[in-house]
Design a protein around this ligand. Sequence first.
Ligand code: SF4
Length: 419
Amino acid sequence: MCQAFGSLRVMMRVEGIVPILVGNAGCVYGLDFVSHFYAARKSVLTPVYTAADLTNGRIEDRTRAAVAETIAQFNPRVIALITLCNEETVGLAIDAIAKDYAARAKDDPTFPLVVPMHVPGYGVKSHAEAKDIAASQLLKCLIERDGVPPRQSDAASTIGEVFPADPLYLEQLLAKMGIRLVAHIPSRTLSDFRKVLGVSVNVTLHPFYVKTCALLAKHKIPSMGCTPVGVEGTRTWIERIGRAFNVNPARIEELADTESRAVATVFARTPIRGRILIAGYEGSELMVARLLVEAGAEVPYVSTNIGQTPFTKEDEAWLAARGTTVVFRKTFDQDVIAVDELKPDLVLGTTALAAYAKERGIPSMYFTNIFASRPLFLAQGAQTIAELVNQAIGRRAAYQILTDFFAAVEEESTPATAL
Ligand code: SF4
């Protein structure tokens, strides 16, 4: 999938934002198609231009005209102006276009904010990192126009696309320490993005929001990178955020103990037995691997499309200490070799890898869909994932029957060699 989809997906979901994709017709068609496959409820706009316009400079005129027309027709609150490979290569100046509108947006809060986003596939290495570009650019432009709101000493925010129930669990847990979870982004509302700028501590639930966290750090909002996944992760998360808000140590210890014990009870009741290979592209693969290892699984290999970040270090070290090979910026071939060599009982992979494993009679599931549609945090997440993974491993015999069946059909349909 084109990496730019990460930015487009985040922007398509926010009410009041209209995306303009400046790209080759084929690229725009693919991105538009995928966005509607994921149930986008708005249109993607794009300037129409020819190949000659790219070289003679008229691409800038066409883009400016598309922005002006979008404002005239829709007057959205924000225009996400997204450039793709060809337009980046010819140096289309979307920052200059956005700047021309910025002064007017500053004077008139009802005038649309134009937010430039550069996401060429050759420069942005993963779909996940394109989400970070979208979130950070939107926050940056909001700060430039509106400034930073007053800091709320008891407020926290979270960043990361997670199952909708997970932020609610975290909100309830934080409330027990007197901390208010006031915003979770990427969300459907612009006001959530604004609220993040007024918190005391931000928590990144996915490790690739590096640009967003750097922007917040510039405005003295620190970001915490740990997640409440598994026994140790849950304990560490509660301890760190409690200390960050100067919560009474006894209260922190009490909650950390209760919540981490609840996860341990799930693993004792629902242990996972089997060798599991994890190969996604989302950036959340490492924390899932930790959860499975704590539940008793053997996880010899984890791969992801994102690169190493300051927020991946801890999980990488934890997994390496338990014998797991962690591969960043992986290729499909590396994943295939891992399946062939490690002979797992279950593959949680990309669609292509899951198909490859199924053809060999290995139970497999598409990582992204599985973990985007279920809770992952605290005891609720542990329970859901442990049950799901055990069911999947238990289907091995059924996969083998299917593999044998098709092997027999193929053998029968192969003409006998004439003697
Ligand atoms: S990576 Fe570049 S060329 Fe490929 S679809 Fe995306 S924008 Fe188009």
